[in-house]
Design a binder for this molecule. Structure first.
Ligand code: PEP
Ligand code: MN
Length: 319
């Protein structure tokens, strides 16, 4: 245990007191709560050696915290598939996507109404109309909706239509947005920042939990790589490494994680074998005409095939 405390607190005295309380069978964390807070602020290390992301950290006496999204349990015994287009474009596109999603066994329909595009000249999404189309398509097919929210001021409006709010890779460290989704009750899908360490990602989740909402699912979506053969490097080791550190369920998005259509199915299967609780994939009825990420969109037939293969691997790993 290393202690670096602010002025006025004697680290050795705190340690001595801690030991005395421990010998007496008490909980030293209670005695040193103030010392602990200051140590955490100053060093990022808690007094008792536990991680700073204390609300989302794994707990010795508990399994994965199950997150319920409109009756769908993520983090429970059953693998969950989320599927849909990158961006909501029009009603027929969503209808075809939703139908394929259901046939693939998906329980959540994804689709961006507000798109965080790299270029300001790329399609930015349909906005409010996109939210309405998404909700209507999901309702027709009894699917839950997960969609991205880009700014704190829009959280209320997006939450009216969505069952789960997505925080995208580009916003993983937007603390104002993290707090805003933490102050409301819809579950949150927190994607990994494209250059974020696991610790930074878990601390981002901690912002949401600390603001009041512990219903968070982490979503691995690949990190930056030197290699241009893939869009990102899908970090599947993150799944078991997170499992050791956090109580939150873990999803994997091989679509953004690899960005190469042919590699999405094998990496989705590998993610299930690695222990993922949920898989998110993009699809489009006609990928060649997609306004966003068409190159990585699965066709309806490919999505349905992926769903069947996922179930086979899930059964082998006991889900
Ligand atoms: C998305 O899922 O629509 C998306 C934009 O992904 P990411 O934030 O992981 O890039
Ligand atoms: Mn996309």
């Amino acid at each position: 245990m290393i202690l670096v405390l602010d002025d006025g607190l004697d680290a050795e005295a705190v340690t001595r007191a801690e030991e005395a309380v421990r010998r007496a069978g008490g909980d030293p964390r209670r005695l040193t709560a103030e010392g602990g807070r200051l140590a955490l602020e100053a060093t990022g290390v808690t007094l008792d050696g536990s991680p700073a992301y204390r609300r989302v950290a794994k707990r010795a006496d508990e399994g994965t915290h199950v997150v319920h999204v409109r009756g769908v349990a993520i983090g429970g015994p059953t693998l969950v598939l989320m599927a849909g287009p990158c961006a909501v474009e029009h009603e027929a596109q969503l209808e075809d996507s939703a139908r394929a999603a259901v046939q693939a066994g998906a329980r959540l329909l994804r689709g961006g109404a507000f798109k965080p595009r790299t270029s300001p000249y790329s399609f930015q999404g349909l906005g409010d109309l996109g939210l309405r189309l998404l909700r209507q398509a999901a309702d027709r097919h009894d699917l839950a909706v997960v969609t991205e929210v880009l700014e704190p001021g829009a959280v209320g409006a997006v939450a009216e239509y969505a069952d789960m709010l997505q925080i995208g890779s580009r916003n993983m460290q937007n603390s104002a947005l993290l707090r805003a989704v933490g102050r409301q009750s819809r579950p949150v899908l927190l994607k990994r920042g494209m250059s974020a360490t696991l610790e930074e990602w878990l601390l981002a989740a901690e912002y949401i939990a600390d603001a009041g909402n512990e219903n968070i699912v982490l979503c691995e979506r690949g990190v930056r790589t030197f290699d241009t053969a893939s869009r990102n490097l899908l970090d599947l080791a993150a799944v078991p490494l997170l499992r050791e550190r956090t109580r939150l369920p873990i999803a994997v998005d091989p679509s953004h994680g690899v960005g190469v259509r042919s590699a999405i199915l094998p990496m989705a299967l590998a993610a299930v074998a690695a222990g993922a609780d949920a898989i998110m994939v993009e699809c489009h009825p006609d990928p060649g005409t997609a306004r966003s990420d068409g190159f990585q969109a699965l066709t309806p037939d490919e999505l349905i095939h992926l769903g069947a293969r996922l179930r086979a691997v899930a059964a082998v790993v006991g889900r």
